[in-house]
Design a binder for this molecule. Structure first.
Ligand SMILES: Cc1cc2nc3c(=O)[nH]c(=O)nc-3n(C[C@H](O)[C@H](O)[C@H](O)COP(=O)(O)OP(=O)(O)OC[C@H]3O[C@@H](n4cnc5c(N)ncnc54)[C@H](O)[C@@H]3O)c2cc1C
Length: 403
């Protein structure tokens, strides 16, 4: 649990011009403004140099302990940084890739890894030299992720868990960053009949015999984040590849989902603010019928709705972060924050298109890209239906146990 400073949390919650956010937004606008973005988006091309620039600026090391090359910062400051990054960088695919690594992969390795695993992976992830991917989804196991078929057998366990060796086989789908990843966090089951109790996470290096990374799969949005299927064909792994302990996969997953659910969308909330600022500026500048269009109540009220959605999403995000930082239950708050941030971004992206008229629909102005990029937020990290299921399950419990 990181230390919690109530004053700085309140400042983050209430100050839309927070200096950490502003500084990162300005840096990103200067250093991550790629003139080739529309072309790369069309061609589904990842920006390696952008990743390195973000790493050099310390983005990947925000939360990682200094022993492993990071800054050891706290969650609230990192959220502010990601909001700024989402505001200042229009390459939502790049920012999504960075977000998943900072909020999911690195914290899992740091929290559940042995010191040897941390030393092996974290410094090169923080420096941007290497990248990691989270692999749980399968063609037949999506929301029902524990129904996975990827299996591991113990080849030799006679000497106990320290010297055991395993064989991993199966296929994962929709793995973000896979085409550019060096290591995969792979969820596998010893026996499907064991359900969540049979699951273990393995750290699998890409160059291991039997690892096959499929081609990039074009998708609706976030097209500059590469994304593919990955097959593990009898990969032999030693005990040093087990993350946490054998059978602890379900608890690692629930930690990952709780944090990811809320925090991966911080950058998207920053992007919503940029979208609102740009729609507001356009509505002040564009005239029809001899008046700026923001003189029409229909337009100005739409901007207010965008503002309301953004502020709600932001408040929910920081509430979840504060509960988490205080070590209080945050499951409900995280699910609500994820729901609000993902669904509000889709509604506001439609409003942004309406406000810009045809310019909002034409690729070159970048407005339509927001709608394509944010739609995935309602699916990854647990669909909106799954988030509603979580909240519904918690509704009748005492507030103190549900966050
Ligand atoms: C941009 C993006 C990035 C992704 N990155 C990764 C990644 O890095 N690693 C990874 O492992 N996976 C990743 N995924 C996959 C993602 O986690 C799954 O798509 C998601 O869990 C849903 O699974 P599914 O697509 O199989 O849909 P399904 O589970 O088949 O769902 C289909 C529909 O049924 C609904 N549904 C299913 N079960 C229930 C239920 N119990 N109650 C109510 N409704 C239900 C869903 O809400 C949805 O509407 C990514 C997906 C996207 C879009």
């Amino acid at each position: 649990m990181s230390t919690f400073d109530a004053g700085s949390a309140l400042d983050a919650l209430t100050n839309l011009d927070h200096p950490i956010k502003k500084k990162m937004a300005a840096w990103a606008a200067d250093h991550l403004d790629d003139p080739a973005l529309v072309e790369r988006d069309r061609n589904c091309e990842f920006w390696v140099d952008g990743w390195r620039r973000a790493a050099d600026a310390g983005v990947l090391g925000l939360l990682v302990d200094p022993t492993y090359g990071g800054a050891g910062g706290d969650v609230i400051d990192a959220l502010l940084t990601f909001e700024g990054l989402g505001y200042g960088c229009r390459d939502a695919g790049l920012v999504f890739g960075l977000s998943t690594q900072v909020w999911t992969m690195q914290p899992l390795i740091e929290r559940f890894g042995t010191d040897e695993q941390r030393k092996r992976y974290l410094p090169s992830l923080v420096s941007g030299e290497k990248r990691a991917s989270f692999s749980i989804t399968e063609a037949e196991a999506g929301s029902d992720s524990f129904a996975m078929s990827t299996t591991f057998d113990t080849i030799d366990g006679a000497g106990g868990p320290e010297s055991a060796t395993y064989r991993l086989s199966g296929a994962k789908s929709y793995v973000t960053m896979a085409p550019k990843a060096d290591v995969f966090l792979v969820f596998a089951t010893a026996d499907r009949a064991l359900g969540q109790w049979g699951i273990t996470v393995f750290l699998v290096d890409r160059d291991l015999p039997g690892v096959h990374v499929g081609p990039n799969r074009p998708k609706m949005g976030l097209r500059t984040t590469p994304f593919s299927d990955v097959t593990f064909d009898g990969c032999e792994l030693g005990s040093e590849s087990v993350l946490g302990s054998v059978g602890s996969g379900a608890s690692i997953f629930s930690v990952a989902m709780e944090a990811e659910r809320a925090f991966v969308l911080a950058a998207q909330i920053g992007a919503m603010e940029r979208q609102l600022d740009e729609a507001g500026a356009y509505a002040a500048d564009r005239s029809q019928f001899g008046r700026p269009i923001n003189d029409f109540q229909a337009v100005s009220h739409r901007l207010v709705d965008m503002k309301l959605r953004h502020d709600n999403a932001r408040l929910q995000l920081y509430r979840a972060a504060i509960l988490d930082a205080q070590g209080r239950p945050s499951m409900e708050a995280a699910a609500l924050a994820k729901l609000q941030a993902s669904e509000a971004a889709v509604a506001s992206s439609v409003d942004a298109i309406l406000t810009h008229g045809a310019r909002g629909y034409v690729t070159e102005f970048g407005v339509e890209a927001d709608l394509r990029n944010v739609a995935g937020g309602m699916v990854y990290g647990g669909t909106s239906d799954v988030q509603r299921n979580i909240v519904a399950r918690l509704l009748n419990r005492p507030q103190s146990s549900r966050g």
